[in-house]
Design a protein around this ligand. Structure first.
Ligand code: ATP
Ligand code: MG
Ligand code: MG
Length: 548
């Protein structure tokens, strides 16, 4: 097989292991439990877990739960479920909140070293002294408070003596740094809020920059991989580790996944959920892992997608059609072919008098093991697609029309003799005769037909609701459009077909089963299904629109 070239992070890891800089590779996936994971997170998951699968060592799952207001246990649980479903296992389940005591003592240590101070300026005053990227900032009037006084106020902040916003703790670095993040960044703030794990134990919480690198260090993370927005945070990351004299974790940045026709920030996805613009986090139109799962994507197809997009140092925009290409490739090999009629009209075979005939259908000609066969009942009355009949046929029409022949898949050639319309002019029945010598696999009729259509035997059919999906947004880049991203939602992203007919074999479908509905696409059972009503989601159409 073809040797794949290493991505730049693999190169760094190989060098560090070969040089003996580290003996064991340790990575982490650090989601904030403030929403469900999305396909962008899948990229980071595949990268972090993929590295330790390849090079040994292990990956921690660390919940970055330092913001009590937005975090919930529901999200912790869903994030774990999604990572496992993708096929990865973490070594340790950890929480940044477990380090609150340690992080607090790190802050005390900085104060004691004269490297942090308590500021009581207002937010506006702090902003005014911050400067701009081209103009240096100015020192806060509280910057030279004594170590004793800093320790005293910081202790009282922790003890709950003050209100939100009265004081903050800042690192004492350099108000003239060209890196704005080095201009005495805030490291602790007062927030009287209940935390999903620590309850009301704390009323001060560390800022992201003060929690993340130190958490990495506490866990002996060797390669802390994050997205490009954090490039400018690296200097601060290294500064804390150096001044605290703790394990030297290193941060590396890669380009985040951007995907067309969707949005991927948890904050925006939460808006869609809260405003009922979709049916929950796992709505099959959502780019969440749970939405993709419900839509019928397989873990393998998502891992394959992440492999194909690769790891780069520059931002780019990936076409949604590449994701669809990956699921189509997987399902083409694994999904059984079955027949379902989504928009039915009756086809009556006037000369068929055999009652029920059991035909044999091939399950999957693409499967490596041949896929096996199943029994498909055939009878005088069938359901066919409305769109497979034309009263006045167009040019090059090879399907049903008055006088035309067509093959019924796995069955016989039929000839259209007549049709019936209702009072609104809609065709309701097509009457045909069949050619007994034309049975599939045993055809001695000598008749050639160009069209083959699918069908379901009417007395044997099960009814189903079918849900078809289209892009969630009409814009390829809803984030970049003028105005609100929600203005670009696609009003036609969901089409419900309430009265479809499916072959009886589909009554056994479970939530893990994937099917190709012949000529209609790949489908899976939806969890809304009941004993009386099966519901199927279309995962993806058959047609490949991805330009390779
Ligand atoms: P969002 O706002 O979209 O949820 P986030 O970065 O705030 O993104 P986190 O829960 O903090 O979400 O992310 C956990 C990990 O997943 C981080 O290491 C982050 O870099 C990574 N990640 C998030 N979004 C993407 C993306 N679109 N592509 C690649 N990695 C991502
Ligand atoms: Mg984050
Ligand atoms: Mg976020």
């Amino acid at each position: 097989s073809e040797e794949k070239s290493l991505n730049f992070i693999e190169e760094i890891v190989e060098n560090d292991l070969n040089s003996g800089k580290y003996e064991t590779l340790v990575t982490r996936f650090p989601p904030e439990p403030n929403g469900y994971l999305h396909i962008g997170h899948a990229k980071a998951i595949c990268l972090n877990f993929g590295l330790t699968q390849k090079y040994g060592g292990y990956t921690n799952l660390r919940f970055d739960d330092t913001n009590p207001v937005t975090e919930k246990t529901e999200y912790v649980n869903s994030q774990q479920e999604d990572i496992k479903w993708l096929g990865f296992n973490w070594k340790n389940e950890l929480y940044a909140s477990d380090y609150f005591d340690e992080l607090y003592s790190f802050a005390v240590k900085l104060i004691e070293k004269g490297l942090a101070y308590v500021d009581e300026s207002s937010a506006d005053e702090i902003a005014a002294l911050k400067g701009t990227p081209t103009e240096p900032g100015k020192d806060s009037p509280y910057r030279n408070r004594s170590i004793e006084e800093n320790l005293d106020i910081f202790t009282r902040m922790k003890n709950g003596e003050f209100a939100d916003g009265d004081y903050i703790l800042r690192a004492k670095i350099d108000m003239t740094s060209t890196n704005m993040l080095m201009r005495d960044p805030i490291i602790y703030r007062i927030k009287h809020a209940e935390h999903h794990r620590t309850g009301n134990k704390w009323c001060i919480y560390p800022m992201y920059d003060f929690a993340h690198g130190q958490s990495d260090s506490i866990e002996n993370i060797t390669h802390s991989i994050c997205t490009l927005e954090y490039v400018s945070h690296r200097e601060l990351y290294d500064w804390f580790i150096e001044k605290l004299e703790i394990f030297p974790s290193k941060q590396y940045e890669f380009a985040r996944l951007n995907l067309t026709s969707t949005v991927m920030s948890k904050r925006k996805l939460l808006q869609l959920v809260n405003e009922n613009l979709v049916n929950g986090w796992d709505d099959p139109r959502m780019p969440t892992i749970s939405g993709l799962r419900r839509r019928g994507f397989t873990p393998k197809s998502i891992r394959e997608f992440c492999e194909r997009i690769g790891i780069a140092k520059r931002e780019n925009l990936i076409e949604l059609s590449l994701l669809e290409f990956c699921i189509r490739e997987d399902l083409n090999k694994s999904a059984n072919r079955v027949m379902a009629v989504l928009d039915p009209i009756k086809l009556i075979i006037t000369n068929y008098e055999k009652g029920t005939e059991d035909l044999i259908g091939e399950n999957n000609p693409e499967a490596e093991d041949g896929g096996g066969t199943r029994v498909i009942p055939f009878s005088k009355e069938l359901w066919i697609e409305r769109e497979d009949f034309m009263e006045v046929p167009a040019k090059k029409w090879f399907r049903l029309a008055p006088g035309a022949n067509v093959r019924l898949k796995f069955a016989y050639i039929v000839k259209c003799e007549d049709f019936v319309k209702d009072e609104n002019g809609n065709v309701t029945e097509v009457h045909c005769t069949y050619i007994p010598e034309s049975k599939s696999g045993n055809d001695t009729s000598g008749i050639n037909v160009k069209g083959t259509i699918h069908w379901v035997s009417a007395p044997h059919a099960k009814t189903a609701e079918i849900r078809l999906y289209d892009r969630l947004f009409t814009s390829e880049t809803p984030d970049a459009e003028e105005g609100d991203f929600k203005d670009y939602l696609n009003a036609e992203s969901l089409t419900v077909l309430p009265n479809a007919y499916i072959e009886p074999a589909l009554a056994d479908a479970d939530l893990e089963s994937r099917y190709q509905f012949i000529r209609k696409g790949y489908f899976c059972l939806d969890r809304d299904s009941t004993a009386d009503k099966l519901v199927f989601n279309r995962t993806v159409t058959l047609k490949d629109t991805f330009k390779k």
